[in-house]
Design a protein around this ligand. Structure first.
Ligand code: G3P
Length: 222
């Protein structure tokens, strides 16, 4: 399973990339706003900066919600850098835009997906990635990981090539569960990736190894 980081923070992207386990980045308008990135020129420069900080796909979301606007904006975003994947919302014009981008060889990420039917539409339109939001489903007492499993089954039944990109991940167990049910990608906050490192027995074990090594270096008492 690929690991993407879900942030527009260059510092966090660089920290995750330095771990050597990062495969890409996803952003959205809320994450860009959180970093204070505003204005078309600044937003586009920030996307290029992100592309240069990571060796992998970078999702950049369109703001337009009509077909002509999404096509224009998506083509401009895709021209910024070869790593850009155009993120398009799951609405009727969004699916039409995905079909257009797919026919032009422009890669897409269909976002705001909350049902298997939406995921099927995105795949049929030729989306490169589909982004089911598992944390937001859990927030409304619906099993987000179950949706990933359902989409995996449907895509496998028909040999659909769209990659299942589990989004809205909140904690390390979401990452493990997504890997168990066969998500292609998990896009995670840095905190969830870092939490995967932690285990008390690793900490205790390393302390003991180092203490025993230190003891062995003391001169033997006679
Ligand atoms: O990038 C889309 C998604 O990951 C958003 O997550 O935490 O805002 O539900 P969240």
């Amino acid at each position: 399973m690929k690991f993407f980081i879900d942030t527009a923070s260059l510092a966090q992207i660089k920290e995750a990339a330095a771990l050597g386990v990062l495969d890409g980045v996803t952003t959205n308008p809320s994450l860009m706003a959180k970093e204070g990135i505003a204005g078309e020129e600044r937003v586009r420069k920030h996307y290029v900066d992100i592309c240069e900080a990571v060796d992998g796909d970078v999702s950049a979301e369109v703001i337009a919600t009509d077909l002509a606007g999404m096509v224009r904006e998506g083509e401009e975003l895709a021209a910024l850098h070869p790593r850009i994947v155009v993120k398009v919302p799951m609405i009727k014009d969004g699916v039409k835009a995905i079909r257009h981008f797919s026919s032009k060889g422009i890669r897409t990420n269909c976002t705001l997906v909350f049902s298997a039917g939406q995921a099927l539409l995105a795949a049929k339109a030729g989306a490169t990635y589909v982004s089911p939001f598992i944390g937001r489903l859990d927030d409304v007492s619906t099993d987000g990981v179950a949706l990933i499993r359902q989409i995996r089954t449907i895509y496998d039944n028909y040999g659909l090539h769209t990659q299942v990109l589990a989004a809205s991940i909140r904690h390390p167990m979401h990452i493990i569960q997504c890997a168990e049910v066969g998500a292609d990608v998990a896009t995670c906050p840095l905190s969830a990736i870092l939490a995967l490192f932690d285990h008390p027995l690793t900490t205790i074990g390393l302390e003991k190894f180092l203490a025993d090594h230190r003891k062995a270096q003391q001169p033997a008492k006679v």
